[in-house]
Design a protein around this ligand. Structure first.
Ligand SMILES: Cc1cc2nc3c(=O)[nH]c(=O)nc-3n(C[C@H](O)[C@H](O)[C@H](O)COP(=O)(O)OP(=O)(O)OC[C@H]3O[C@@H](n4cnc5c(N)ncnc54)[C@H](O)[C@@H]3O)c2cc1C
Length: 436
């Protein structure tokens, strides 16, 4: 009998596990489930809507999904429609590739006020993730503060200040682009606890901020050291030198009629979100970096705003029956092995770091471990799984149904844009029902 494997989560790491299993040419049957009807995880719901070339990686995932050994079951959630124990009873191996879907906490007073929206939610909203369809962020604010100095912070800032013309080829849902374009946002502050050398931007993303049509990137020259000091690998040092060079370039750029600004606010940490129920501003403390760590100087300043977007990291809520490592916030594992027949890969294993390709070796490692641990299949897998779903009236979306959703999104696209996304599961299910 084939080794039956279920992969929970259809983001990059899930697809890399499947791809490595197929490449091994072992006798395997692979089912991929996802809680959303749509596949591809953060490629659809995280990667910026104006960076379509990055999203093209899904073409390779599509080839994997169409392989004869693979079946896709969208709209099936671990922990709601099926439990880990049930999957373990049904499949020879279960691979958890569920990512880290939640936001890390800022850890300052006032962060529960209306108007503080973590980047997982905010990015999910502008990317049409069904969980955030009704987020309705308050964009009635001239100033927005984004906390964090990584690529996600840059994505958020950029999407808020780009012109409609710059977003033509993006796939922002219509209600999102309408809301952003109608907003009075003029100034986006990107606040980093540490300095430009410690910032985690990659250089392509940083440089793009110097080429925006209607927004000027503003940096205080006093924040820019003459050279990169500290203990960095050659690669990291070169990246930081390139970033410093880009930031220096920003300091001499002229406004040229640009109406909006993105302020790179280094050496500042949030201490309190201000306001009653709703955010009216944020209090920041200036910092200095000592031995690579930010230390408050006791000097404070406020930025008045109605929207604060922490982009400081991601979190995973513990799931029933799934061992959890409180110290790392990931699924507890020994180099990818979780328990007998249970494996983990991707962000849920390593934490929220690296680029899409970083998940590939993880996927390969999980596939190798499965084939090492389980020489032949004993559990029936797919048939029994479908029987279980039917007994619970779970309406799953197979890959062919996803392709129909995909085709409808492409057909509905405004001129220049690749697609107009469906942003609720209900709309997707209705489309499929209508087609029948
Ligand atoms: C905002 C943002 C922008 C990014 N931009 C880039 C970029 O431009 N370039 C780049 O290289 N990298 C980028 N990344 C990083 C990249 O997206 C990640 O490395 C990658 O997506 C991690 O893959 P994953 O499969 O571990 O998790 P995910 O992509 O998060 O996939 C997890 C999947 O599991 C599903 N799932 C979760 N819980 C359950 C459950 N209980 N039951 C069933 N299914 C479940 C989810 O719906 C999701 O489809 C970005 C990340 C973010 C957050």
């Amino acid at each position: 009998m084939s080794i039956s494997i279920v992969i929970v989560g259809s983001g990059p790491s899930g697809f890399y596990v499947a791809e490595a299993l197929i490449k091994s040419e072992a006798d395997v049957s692979i089912d991929i489930i996802d809680r959303l009807p749509t596949p591809y995880g953060l490629i659809r719901g995280g990667v910026a809507p104006d960076h379509q070339s990055t999203k093209r990686v899904t073409r390779a995932y599509e080839r994997t999904a169409l392989n004869e050994k693979v079946r896709y079951y969208g709209n099936v959630e671990l922990g709601k429609d099926v439990s880990l124990d049930e999957l373990r009873a049904t499949y020879d191996a279960v691979v958890l590739t569920i990512g880290m879907p939640g936001d890390s906490k800022l850890g300052v007073p006032g962060e529960d006020k209306d108007g503080v929206i973590g980047s997982a939610a905010f990015v999910g909203w502008y990317n049409g993730h069904p969980d955030f369809r009704n987020l309705d962020p308050n964009l009635e604010s001239e100033k927005v503060v984004v906390i964090g100095n990584g690529n996600v912070a840059i994505d958020v800032a950029r999407v808020l200040v780009k012109t409609p013309a710059e977003m033509t080829e993006a796939d922002l849902p219509r209600h999102v682009s309408d809301a952003i374009q109608a907003s009075p946002i003029n100034d986006v502050y990107m606040v980093g606890r540490r300095g430009p050398v410690e910032a985690k931007f990659t250089n392509v993303e940083l440089r793009e901020m110097g080429n925006l049509k209607n927004a000027l990137a503003i940096v205080d020259p006093a924040d820019l050291p003459d050279e990169v000091t500290g203990d960095w690998s050659d690669r990291d040092r070169r990246l930081r030198e390139r970033n410093l060079e880009s930031l220096r370039g920003f300091t001499s750029a002229s406004r040229d009629g640009k109406q909006k600004s993105v302020h790179f606010t280094f050496y500042a940490q949030p201490v309190e979100v201000l306001g009653d129920e709703k955010v009216t501003g944020i209090r920041l403390e200036k910092t200095e970096v000592i031995d690579g760590r930010a230390k408050g100087t006791g000097e404070f300043f406020d930025i008045a705003c109605r929207l604060v977007i922490p982009a400081i990291g991601y979190a995973l809520e513990p799931l029933q029956d799934v061992p959890f490592d409180e110290s790392t916030g990931t699924i507890r594992n020994d180099d990818g092995r979780v328990d007998d027949g249970v494996y983990v890969a991707g962000w849920a294993k390593r934490g929220p770091t690296g680029v899409i390709g970083t998940n590939k070796p993880d996927g390969k490692a999980a596939a190798e471990q499965i084939l090492e641990d389980i020489p032949s299949g004993v559990k029936s897998g797919r048939g029994e799984f479908e029987t279980l779903l039917k007994s619970r009236d779970v309406r799953w979306i197979d890959f062919e149904a996803w392709q129909r959703i995909d085709a409808a999104e492409v057909a509905n696209a405004p001129p220049g844009s690749p697609r107009e996304k469906f942003v609720t599961t209900e709309d997707m299910l209705n489309l499929l029902a209508d087609a029948k």
